[in-house]
Design a protein around this ligand. Sequence first.
Ligand code: FMN
Length: 329
Amino acid sequence: MMATPDLQTLRAAVALAARAPSIHNSQPWRWLHGTTSLHLYADAARLLPATDPDGRDLMLSCGAALHHLQVTMAASGWATHVHRLPNPNQPDHLAAVDFRPREPSRDDIALAAAIQRRRTDRRRYTSWPVPAELLADLARTAGTFGAVLMPTTEPDDRYQLVRALAEASTRQEADLAYAAELAAWAGRSPFVAEGVPATNIPAGERRHGDTTMRAFPNGQLTDPGDRWEDDAGELLVLATATDTTESRLRAGEPMSSVLLWATDFRMATCPLSQVLEVEATRDLVRDRVLDGFGVPQIVLRVGWAPVNTAPLPATPRRPIDDIFGRQGQ
Ligand SMILES: Cc1cc2nc3c(=O)[nH]c(=O)nc-3n(C[C@H](O)[C@H](O)[C@H](O)COP(=O)(O)O)c2cc1C
């Protein structure tokens, strides 16, 4: 019989996969193991209806967890075979994962190490430019997943994108249900197992240069970015060819890979999804930034954090027993 990973290995891998980024740190996933396989389920009760009415962010978050799991298993000597959406009658069953032994590569180990270090960094970045070579590397990474990562380095693309970011913020903030949901999920104590802790939210400016960030409440993080220094953060648009549930799930995988490689390069990163949660601004990004080619799935801000910046605390996660169990129980 083919060797399979033992329960301890799976449990440890799921715990690391849970370090994946998720919308408002909602961690909308559940993993169940069978005798030889591991199954990812969406936890629909964790959908944020006012922020993410179509479940786009939920699906991206689960895709990121699926990629994190593959990275972790690869680093511990297991290649994965993933069957996405294996059961049409059960739309919450997002993936069935099988394993076979394989020697880890240096890249596998580097990526797994980046999982522990990655943080969503909402602070100002420095004026150091992000080299074109690094942006090209990140774009190549996305390309290996069949996705496109478009840097908005052309002034007109950047202008259209930042206008759409600002417009999406204004629209969402005018929505009382959105504000109530944000207040329930963000600006919380770091000891609560979910949501965005106040300690990870900058206390000051929510605009960095031309870029409007999501306005979270109760920020307690001092932002050491110097006011005199321009913020040279780059905005990258991750796009897929189609907009099915499967393409959203799949988009979470290159999103995760790009964030982890950027972390490996010592860059600061922050996903920005407001602009794609609002239909009107999503259309603007598709038509004016991507020129109608492809479906935008997430915007990633990348740059260099100031050298004098304290490391960001890790955000909390739900206990492993809440997200991991045996299939059929
Ligand atoms: C699909 C998705 C959308 C997100 N959108 C935003 C956003 O608009 N603004 C933001 O500051 N963070 C955003 N995040 C980051 C999450 O808030 C963050 O991953 C979560 O709080 C956990 O923190 P960590 O990434 O530092 O582990 C997003 C993450 C995902 C996966």
